[in-house]
Design a protein around this ligand. Structure first.
Ligand code: HMG
Ligand code: MG
Length: 297
């Protein structure tokens, strides 16, 4: 049974976080992190991705990760898939949820997934058809919503078009990704308002990388616009290998602390979450970005 919360947090650390580390972690370490996160009350934990292992070696062996994690009742473990090939791997690995990831800009689409936005819709359609045939939920990401590493300025209309299309195609939730973390609260608000004209507010999630330390204020602004699903990565890890200059994601523990202080329920226990955060340093040997910048861990 799913508990009612004011804000649902989607933990992306084991995917977005680890995909950007300089080396690929062994499967058992990825599993250890996910299992620790599963104890914290999070109900969605991205477990990895089925992408080209040549392009993102850090995410190779996601099938083994899915096989070894201790699945907790009520927790979903989505994986990213870019195309039908990835979707077939996700089905074979027993994934119960997947995420497709498209871009609002042509340049990032080409660099990240080697196709145009139009082609990426066709790929997403193939993924969604397979997912529906196997009763698998599909989340949709839109990257570069407030800035692109390769283009100046991102028209809001381009963000709306991709979000609207993905929702109409059958994604149950649309996560709006500030991939390089350049957004400001007033821009984030305007984006939510415009996207909400075609995607219900309760189906909009936000995904802020924290390059300039504005992720929390951006989240607050979006919450004031009625958004209730927020992505975070434990330890503030994260980034995209194809988005140079982008920093880690909003640290999940900073998000939980802010929500706790505001009296907004997320269902996440900060102490258990911090146990998972400690694993990043002590077991995985990674310096959590949140602790480097703000000495929280
Ligand atoms: P491609 O080169 O266009 O694919 O790659 P292709 O169909 O021409 O195939 C080329 C080779 O890749 C073939 O192998 C395929 O079998 C293989 P070969 O014959 O050369 O040995 N291949 C695959 N292997 C494994 N899994 C697959 C797969 N598909 C093809 N699914 C592709 C297209 C998308 C696969 C490639 O460009 C890729 O893997 N890109 C990496 C994308 C990625 O993981 N980016 C990071 C995640 S996105 C992100 O972080 C943003 C987000 O956090 C939100 C935000 O912050 O904005 C979500
Ligand atoms: Mg990201």
């Amino acid at each position: 049974m799913t508990r009612a919360v004011d804000v649902r947090i989607v933990e992306v650390g084991p995917r977005d976080g680890l995909q950007n580390e300089p080396w690929a972690l062994p499967v058992r370490q990825r599993v250890l992190l996910i299992d620790a996160l599963s104890k914290s009350g999070l109900t969605t934990i991205e477990a990895g991705s089925f992408v080209s292992p040549r392009r993102v070696p850090q995410m190779a062996n996601t099938d083994a990760v899915l096989a070894e994690i201790q699945r907790t009742e009520g927790v979903s473990y989505p994986v990213l898939v870019p195309n039908a090939t990835g979707m077939e791997c996700a089905i074979a690995a027993g994934a119960g949820e997947v995420a497709v990831f498209l871009s609002a800009t042509e340049s990032f689409s080409q660099r990240n997934i080697n196709c145009s936005i139009a082609q990426s819709f066709d790929r997403a359609a193939a993924v969604i058809a397979l997912a529906q045939a196997h009763d698998i939920k599909v989340r949709g990401y839109v990257s570069c919503v407030l800035g692109c590493p390769y283009e100046q300025g991102v028209p809001l209309s381009a963000v709306v078009r991709v979000a609207e299309h993905l929702y109409a195609m059958g994604c149950y939730e649309i996560s709006l990704g500030d991939t390089i973390g350049v957004g400001r609260p007033e821009q984030a608000r305007a984006m939510v308002r415009d996207v909400a004209a075609s995607v219900p507010r309760e189906k909009i999630a936000i995904h802020f990388h924290d390059t300039f330390g504005r992720a929390l204020e951006n989240v607050l602004a979006c919450m004031e616009e009625g958004v209730s699903v927020v992505d975070g990565a434990v330890g503030g890890l994260g980034g995209c290998p194809y988005a140079p200059g982008a920093s880690g994601n909003l640290a999940t523990e900073e998000l939980v602390r802010m929500l706790d202080q505001l009296g907004v329920s997320s269902g996440v226990n900060i102490d258990e979450l911090m146990d998972a955060a400690k694993i990043i340093k002590t077991v995985l040997g990674i310096e959590p970005r949140a602790s480097q910048s703000r000495r929280r861990i």
